[in-house]
Design a protein around this ligand. Structure first.
Ligand SMILES: Nc1nc2c(c(=O)[nH]1)N[C@H]1C(S)=C(S)[C@@H](COP(=O)(O)OP(=O)(O)OC[C@H]3O[C@@H](n4cnc5c(=O)[nH]c(N)nc54)[C@H](O)[C@@H]3O)O[C@H]1N2
Ligand SMILES: Nc1nc2c(c(=O)[nH]1)N[C@H]1C(S)=C(S)[C@@H](COP(=O)(O)OP(=O)(O)OC[C@H]3O[C@@H](n4cnc5c(=O)[nH]c(N)nc54)[C@H](O)[C@@H]3O)O[C@H]1N2
Ligand SMILES: [Mo]
Length: 669
């Protein structure tokens, strides 16, 4: 068999990518990112481990690097304790690597471990696990073909998950009603039957509560489902009293008849799904918004059935797996709570370790905040680029500068990697093997096809050697990803049946929960995974007038760019990153298409090129986040899931800097 199966390293849709070992030919990619894989993976690589000598990073041997990190770490733990160490990562690494990373952290005595979910779907995770049982998508993607109405909020799959957009298009062609809610007419909005443009960012929870009110007023809710399968309905209904047709009209600035029309078409479909993305989660009110999504689904009985699903579509290729493996400050592997002494005891026995730390650790932004005050003495960054991906570059820089020991593992040089004391050169896609879990909870094995370049090694090997060198009680030398996955099978109940043997032989993958046999790929068909077996409604908060003073900076994604790593055909200086502004706002500010503007936030200033648009709400300046705009985003306030407000940054001013007729330019000040 010359062709080997891998999993695409980009998004959480997780296309299978096949590589012919002999010719190197690649097939299976279904979007522009996937098509770029072969060349892209070779760019900017780190070939050898590097250690800081004075101001420079110099080549060093693996032995020196691992022994030096181990010895510095031991000194720090001895003086300051295990919780002075923190870990960021790694939604790009395999399940086995994430499992090892969190084990290393916990055996060192630290629960300060988080991953990019904190910038992404942490609020979805929190609400879904609290209300339904599992912090995950309920149904597979193909199931959308059975949905008769599909509500999409703050999510642009045409750009972010193109193969899913194809499924949505098929569903629409089969007669499903596609309803898209966004603050601008996104590519996905263009294929909708109904598009609702919100006039202000962060308004989704009120829109959803108004939809729920309309459903109740029209008597369209599913009484049988509510009665048999849920709890907390009365309290929810009482709290919904604050939402009346007139308060809804006031806060949403859309006629009540529009709300009724959307509610009716979604409710009367009989079977519907809800998809949401960063436009919902990266806001201060995102926990309320996801609660409102769950409330609406429960009200209509749109969960636990084929064609009725909740889809917080996952961003990174293994962000689901990183969470499943417990790379989280408050959850052990398999979603057992850190405070649960029984769960900790079970792990202590399995790991043959001494006592595990019992207090939940710091989340990602809290880790950097503590680091900026010198409270984190050693920081491990495994496959993240916080200097670009986290808000407020100056804040991140300060955190990196004020940390004694910074260990960064990456496959390529990034903005952040220059802050490393030790830079770990690692293997990436197709250069290592292991399992990944996509947004559907589907676990698949990705085979090794190529050797890593130079002296690079897979993250799991680095971690296993480091644990050994530190001499952690309970650590053991792992020989292969299979070896680690076997320990995962023994530790994580929902992965018990996902053994290396089964997984390697499974073309389509195995979906969790998979105790001994893998069950249905639709969650909650029988009961919810809560203590009572019922799903819980959330009370809603009062509507508030969302009027912000001045502008808000909103970020979004481009199809040809991937997070901080990839921008095909664009350079940061090519003027490819325009700032969208409504044409009426632009006229008031004297701005024309292509003009250079200065955007000021409480966290900095940056120059962009204006793109005057009609299809974006007023009071918003929307900028692709790949542009480096996080330089001026702010890290606070955090929402209830400890996420920063990446989609609604306060803007202090927008100034016209220079009239430009030529091609737009983006410059960093
Ligand atoms: N090409 C490409 N694909 C990717 C990525 C990439 O960078 N590039 N990244 C991957 C990752 S990590 C993730 S998490 C996913 C994210 O995928 P998406 O969630 O689709 O990402 P965004 O474009 O950031 O945000 C989605 C939409 O939210 C809208 N929006 C902003 N504020 C609001 C609001 O308040 N309300 C509403 N209703 N809408 C709002 C924006 O206009 C945008 O259209 O994509 C993954 N796939
Ligand atoms: N303003 C604003 N900011 C945002 C967002 C936004 O919408 N707006 N989106 C947020 C979202 S949804 C996310 S998920 C985050 C993403 O934030 P990050 O995870 O920091 O971003 P990536 O660019 O995906 O960086 C991943 C890094 O992992 C490395 N890598 C890849 N494979 C491996 C591997 O196997 N091992 C190791 N060790 N390294 C590897 C890559 O080279 C790269 O440097 O950004 C967030 N930031
Ligand atoms: Mo993400």
């Amino acid at each position: 068999m010359a062709e080997l199966r891998t999993v695409c390293p980009f998004c959480g849709f997780g296309c299978a990518i096949y590589i012919d070992k002999e010719t190197g030919a690649i097939s299976g990619g279904s979007c522009v990112k996937g098509f770029s894989l072969k060349n892209f993976m070779k760019e900017g690589r780190i070939f050898t481990p590097l250690a800081r000598v004075g101001r420079r990073l110099s080549e060093a041997s693996w032995t020196t690097v691992i022994l030096s990190i181990a010895s510095e770490l031991k000194k720090i733990v001895k003086v300051y304790g295990g919780d002075s160490i923190a870990f960021l990562g790694c939604s790009k690494c395999t399940n086995e690597e994430n499992y090892l990373l969190q084990k290393l952290a916990r055996l060192i005595g630290s629960n300060n471990i988080d991953n990019s979910v904190r910038l992404c779907h942490a609020s979805s995770f929190k609400v879904l696990s609290d209300r339904l049982g599992f912090g995950a998508q309920t149904n597979p993607f193909d199931d959308l073909l059975h949905s008769r109405a599909i509500l999409i909020l703050g999510y642009n799959p045409v750009v972010s998950h193109p193969p899913l957009a194809s499924i949505l298009l098929q569903a629409r062609n089969k007669g499903a009603e596609l309803i898209v809610v966004d603050i601008r007419e996104s590519e996905t909005a263009k294929m909708a039957n109904t598009f609702v443009r919100l006039w202000s960012p962060g308004l989704d929870y009120m829109f959803l509560n108004c939809l729920a009110k309309a459903v109740v007023l029209q008597g369209l809710h599913n009484r049988e489902f509510v009665e048999k399968r849920t709890e907390g309905f009365e309290e929810f209904l009482n709290s919904l009293e604050h939402y009346t047709p007139s308060t809804c009209e006031e806060v949403l600035k859309i006629p009540w008849s529009t709300v009724i029309r959307v509610a009716e078409s979604f409710a009367s479909a009989g079977c519907g799904s809800i998809l949401w993305g960063m436009g919902v989660t990266q806001h201060i009110q995102s926990v309320e918004a996801v609660e409102a999504i769950v409330n609406l689904a429960l009200l209509l009985g749109y969960v636990g059935k084929r064609g009725c699903g909740l889809y917080p579509v996952r961003g990174q290729n293994n962000v689901q797996g990183a969470c499943d493996m417990g790379a989280l400050p408050d959850y052990l592997p398999g979603y057992e709570r850190v405070e649960d002494s029984e769960a900790r005891k079970r792990l202590e026995v399995l790991w043959n370790s001494s006592e595990l730390p019992e207090k939940p650790g710091l989340t990602a932004i809290e880790i950097l905040e503590a680091a900026s005050r010198g409270k984190i003495r050693a920081l491990f960054i495994i496959g993240e680029n916080p200097l670009r991906s986290h808000p407020n570059e100056e804040f991140v820089r300060k955190a990196l500068r004020n940390t004694e020991l910074v260990v960064i593992s990456d496959a390529r040089f990034s903005e952040t990697s220059s802050y490393a004391d030790f830079l770990i050169a690692v293997a990436t896609w197709a250069e290592k093997e292991g399992s990944y879990t996509n947004s559907e909870r589907k676990v698949r094995w990705s085979f090794k096809v190529f050797d890593p370049p130079g002296k690079a090694v897979p993250d799991w090997l680095f971690l296993t050697l480091l644990g050994n060198a530190i001499g952690l009680k309970g650590w053991r030398r792992y020989d292969s990803p299979d070896d680690i996955l076997r320990e995962v099978n023994a530790t994580v109940a929902i992965y018990r049946g996902i053994t290396p043997e089964r997984l390697k032989n499974s073309e389509k993958g195995l979906t969790w929960p998979c105790y001994d046999v893998c069950g249905d790929d639709v969650l909650y068909t029988e009961g919810f995974a809560t203590a009572s077996g019922r799903a819980r409604f959330s009370k809603v908060s009062k509507p508030v007038d969302n009027r912000f003073k001045g502008f808000r900076l909103v970020t979004y994604r481009l199809g040809e760019c991937y997070n901080t790593v990839l921008c095909l055909g664009n350079g940061a200086d090519s003027g490819a990153f325009p700032a969208l502004i409504n044409k009426l706002d632009a006229a008031e500010l004297g701005i024309a298409d292509g003009d250079e503007i200065l955007v000021t936030t409480p966290c900095g200033k940056m120059v962009f090129s204006a793109r005057v648009a009609e299809d974006i709400s007023r009071g918003i300046i929307a900028i692709p986040w790949h542009s480096g705009v996080n330089r001026i985003a702010c890290e606070v306030p955090l929402n209830d899931a400890k996420m920063p407000p990446l989609k609604s940054v306060e803007v202090l001013g927008i100034e016209l800097l220079r009239k430009c007729s030529k091609s737009p330019q983006l410059q960093l000040l």
